[in-house]
Design a protein around this ligand. Structure first.
Ligand code: PEP
Ligand code: MG
Length: 576
């Protein structure tokens, strides 16, 4: 049966391929329908897994060490009881036989049923026993993994693979950077979650906030991913497939054409030169940066060097990574942002503490100031690479002058040490702040004096101004970059920085969104930093824009409060 699911478009393009269900949790399982002739075999597979799990538990029970706590035996006994009780094992057999579910899926469905019943129990001790049911299920699932199913769908090696996940963290995305997926989709996330930002970095179509796609889609099903409209079509018919193959072709052609603009200067019709810079996560991104025609790196998110590892990188390792980026830009500007840990970018080796609201907790510069030793190591590495190119240092999540002063004091200390050690660095390393907390935007005159430049992080500025978690799919529809409050903060920040002649750029996702290019130009923005894949398209808009002419309509937009009118005026601005 063919059906369509709608989510949030994250990275443009169209992909056609087979679903591959991904999960980190041992309790999330792939589900697929088995054929009638495979039913008996699948039931045997399930029963064998139950027998294996039982053997494992009995062996454990027979070998309990003398010094083991007494609860250990009781706990094993309880697990054996759950396993032997038909409630857990009989129903999946029925589901395999009558619904033709694969064994893992059938077991998972029965577990959900049981958990629902447990949740109705009033006695808290008994209610908590649901955790034991889950543990027994995990044991059976592990046994099933070792018994490959003949019913598992296989597909042609030439067919493209589309990753379907309930959720993916930025650290997972880093791993996927090296794997061959055509597209990916997730149930969770918003358009500016870090996972989505990394997906843009992979330059493959993706859609997030699909809510239940992971549960509905089955392993091996044919999918069309429309990363421009945020649509996923499951089991498309031939007519739809043909239509999308044509669209895919057109999209690829358009991309090829845009690539030809690589060396063209980003000059508007009225001769204003606009600086287009790239956002990167690691030195490996430099190839893409070169191909994009970016004139520098406007945001190097260094926190990715700290992910997927158990120790933090020391000064030497950081120095080497930053140096690679600096040297490959050959004198062009590189803005290195200090560690932006926390919120949706947890780092295993560093704890930001348990907090109910991580986005409002010990994040970014707040964390670094609470760990001055760690902060100084990074600042020393940045200072040391400043001798090799046009390096700038950018501090994330600044909300007050106090934080700027504290940071400057640590930079001063790092410089003093390097001088004493006879290590070369740029004494005048420019230091800037991300403007991504509304307080910083509103109190800009108090902050800007001590800074050399600013960069507006619209992803967080929108999150904090509108009180909408940027990675929460439940409120993703409310995340509105064109909200009058956002437009006013943006326009005022750009105008104030311009009036003081301090460089200002936008490095959040808005900078790479073609819908807002003319509006930002109309506000007086001259520096945009975005994922390299967006640079050609944004450049093309700049080449076709008379900036002076955009100013009148931009002023009108800034005086409008009605969402629909704002959208209509933005569309008018973007015509021709
Ligand atoms: C932003 O908040 O807009 C930004 C560029 O920083 P990050 O997305 O890394 O939080
Ligand atoms: Mg940010």
């Amino acid at each position: 049966m063919s059906y369509t699911i709608h989510g949030i478009a994250v990275a443009n393009g169209i992909a056609i391929g087979r679903a591959h269900l991904f999960s980190h949790s041992s309790i999330e399982v792939t589900h697929y329908t088995i054929k009638e002739e495979q039913i008996d075999q699948e039931i045997v597979r399930f029963k064998d897994a139950i027998a294996d799990a039982r053997d494992e538990l009995e062996t454990l029970q027979a070998n309990i060490p003398d010094n083991a706590p007494t609860e250990f035996s009781a706990f094993l006994q309880l697990h054996l009881m759950i396993l032997n009780d038909g409630t857990l094992s009989n129903e999946p057999t029925n589901l395999i036989r009558h619904q033709q579910c694969n064994a893992e899926w059938a077991l998972r469905l029965q577990m959900e049923q049981l958990i629902e019943q447990f949740q109705l129990i009033e006695d808290p001790y008994l209610r908590e026993r649901q955790a034991d049911v889950v543990q027994v299920v995990e044991r059976i699932l592990k046994a099933l993994t070792g018994k490959k199913s003949a019913a598992m769908p296989t597909w042609d090696k030439d067919e493209e693979i589309i990753l379907v996940a309930h959720d993916l963290g930025p650290a997972d995305m880093l791993v996927f950077k090296n794997q061959a997926f055509q597209a990916f989709i997730t149930d969770m996330g918003g358009a500016t979650s870090h996972t989505a930002i990394l997906a843009r970095g992979l330059s493959i179509p993706s859609v997030v906030a699909l809510h239940h796609a992971w549960h509905i889609i089955k392993e091996g099903e044919l999918l069309i991913i429309d990363g421009t409209c945020g649509v996923v079509i499951v089991n498309p018919d031939e007519t739809v497939l043909t239509e999308y193959r044509v669209k895919q072709e057109q999209w690829n052609e358009q991309k090829k054409k845009l690539k030809k603009l690589r060396l063209t200067p980003a000059k508007s019709l009225d001769n204003e030169e606009i600086l287009l810079l790239a956002n990167i996560e690691s030195p490996q991104d430099m190839d893409t940066v070169k191909k994009s025609g970016a004139l520098g790196v406007g945001l190097y998110r260094t926190e990715f060097l700290f992910m997927n590892r158990i120790t933090t990188p020391g000064e030497e390792e950081q120095f080497k990574a930053y140096r690679k980026v600096v040297e490959s830009m050959k004198g062009q500007p590189i803005i290195i942002r200090t560690l932006d840990i926390g919120a949706d970018k947890p780092i295993d080796s560093l704890s930001t503490g348990h907090t109910l609201n991580p986005a409002l907790g010990l994040r970014a510069v707040r964390y670094c100031l609470s760990e001055p030793h760690l902060f100084k190591i990074q600042l020393r590495a940045i200072l040391r690479v400043s001798q090799f190119g046009d390096v700038h240092c950018l501090i994330p999540m600044i909300s007050s002058n106090h934080e700027v002063n504290q940071t400057m004091a640590i930079i001063h200390q790092a410089k003093k040490e390097l001088l004493e050690e006879g290590i070369a660095f740029n004494q005048h390393l420019p230091v800037g702040a991300m403007i991504e907390v509304p307080a910083a935007a509103l109190a800009l005159p108090l902050i800007l004096d001590s800074l050399d430049f600013i960069s507006i992080g619209t992803n967080d500025l929108i999150q904090y101004t509108l009180a909408i978690d940027r990675s929460d799919d439940a409120v993703a529809h409310l995340y509105n970059p064109a909200h009058p409050a956002i437009l006013s903060l943006l326009a005022n920040t750009i105008a104030f920085a311009n009036s003081t002649n301090k460089p200002v750029s936008v490095c959040g996702e808005m900078a790479g969104d073609p819908r807002f290019t003319r509006l930002l130009l109309g506000m007086g923005l001259k520096e945009f930093s975005m994922h390299p894949a967006h640079i050609p398209e944004i450049k093309q808009i700049i080449l076709n824009t008379d900036i002076e002419k955009t100013k009148k309509i931009t002023k009108k937009i800034l005086k409008t409060y009605d969402f629909e009118k704002i959208n209509a005026l933005i569309s008018e601005l973007n015509q021709h």
